[in-house]
Design a protein around this ligand. Structure first.
Ligand code: NDP
Length: 293
């Protein structure tokens, strides 16, 4: 028999999660603040609880997928959490994860925080690449690992309940840097006689090739030596960046506002005497901590 579970929040993501568990044969009790939004799931076999407290009382395993940490606190205000295993799939910050873990433990529950690396259509689709970061109680995670793996693959990243959110946000932050670059690149070429559908695979291929440098950055950060095997050093990159990249933006009538912050950091690192390194030293500037600690 499949583990029965409670799901709090049947928004876009919660509904996709509920469907995946129902399809795999798990008895699911759902609750949503706006009851109408849970009705479709009732027709698909879910039990609908009238209150969050009632939903929490129904099963030991309680999964929450609400808007934010504050909505989780509101929803669970009157719920009896003693003896419950609370899995928080609501996106939050590392500090929110840690505070929420202490809060749940003080109420007698085991707790894991989570960060979903997927959009709803990827949920319950093996091979979609969807996965979820988990951190917090390893006992909870081990016990429910198979159930948690139904909607998406699982990655447990540590007993610190803040680590799931930290991994989630670190990946998303990297993504926004990439989106910034993509926006700037298209801004440069749009309006010229360049077919965008032919330009797109060139940009995609280049970003893929450059992403291969990520493990090298990790290696450099752990050795503290940012100079080994540097192909294009900072001195060269700053020169190219300042002279060519920013000037091309000006020539094309494109705002410098996305490019300039990273160029400014690179110049600062160069001015600090690190012209023989690659861009790894930007990490030091951002954290203002020496590389070796
Ligand atoms: P939706 O906006 O579709 O759903 C939000 C849910 O939160 C609804 O169930 C809503 O209830 C509930 N809610 C909001 N405020 C409160 C409150 N004060 N008290 C109780 N319930 C509340 O969002 P998603 O389902 O897309 O997202 C849910 C979580 O999943 C978020 O943390 C999001 O960051 C995360 N996530 C979403 C992804 C996505 O692509 N959609 C991707 C990765 C993570 P009501 O219906 O009553 O408004």
């Amino acid at each position: 028999p499949r583990t029965p579970l409670t799901l709090l929040g049947t928004g876009a993501m919660g509904t996709a999660l509920a469907r995946a568990w129902l399809a795999a044969g798990h008895p699911v009790t759902v609750w949503n603040r706006t009851a109408a939004r849970a009705e479709a799931l009732a027709a698909e076999g879910a039990a609908v609880a009238a209150t969050a407290a009632e939903a929490v009382a129904a099963n030991r395993l309680v999964v929450a997928c609400l808007l934010d940490d504050a909505s989780l606190g509101e929803a669970l205000e009157d719920a009896g959490l003693s003896g419950r295993d609370l899995v928080n799939l609501t996106t939050g910050t590392p500090a929110e994860g840690r505070t929420r873990a202490a809060w749940a433990e003080a109420r007698g529950a085991r707790f894991v925080d989570a960060g979903i690396m997927a959009v709803p259509p990827m949920i319950g689709q093996p091979g979609s690449g969807a996965y979820v970061f988990y951190s917090g109680s390893s006992e909870l995670f081990e016990e429910h690992r198979d159930t948690l793996a139904v909607p998406a693959d699982t990655r447990f990243v540590g007993t610190d309940p803040g680590f799931a959110a930290l991994h989630d946000v670190a990946l998303l932050s990297g993504m926004y840097g990439m989106f910034a670059g993509i926006s700037h690149a298209f801004a440069l070429v749009r309006g010229e006689d360049i077919p965008l559908n032919e330009f797109a695979p060139l940009l995609e291929g280049w970003l893929h090739a450059m992403a291969a440098s990520v493990p090298q950055t990790a290696e450099r950060l752990s050795t503290g030596d940012y100079t080994t095997g540097v192909v294009s050093n900072l001195a060269m990159q700053v020169q190219a960046g300042q002279r060519t990249l920013l000037r091309t933006a000006d020539e094309q009538g494109v705002s410098r506002e996305l490019l300039e912050p990273v160029m400014r950091l690179m110049r600062r690192r160069l001015d600090d005497g690190h012209g023989d390194e690659d861009t790894t030293g930007l990490v030091d500037l951002l954290t203002a901590r020496p590389a070796t600690t």
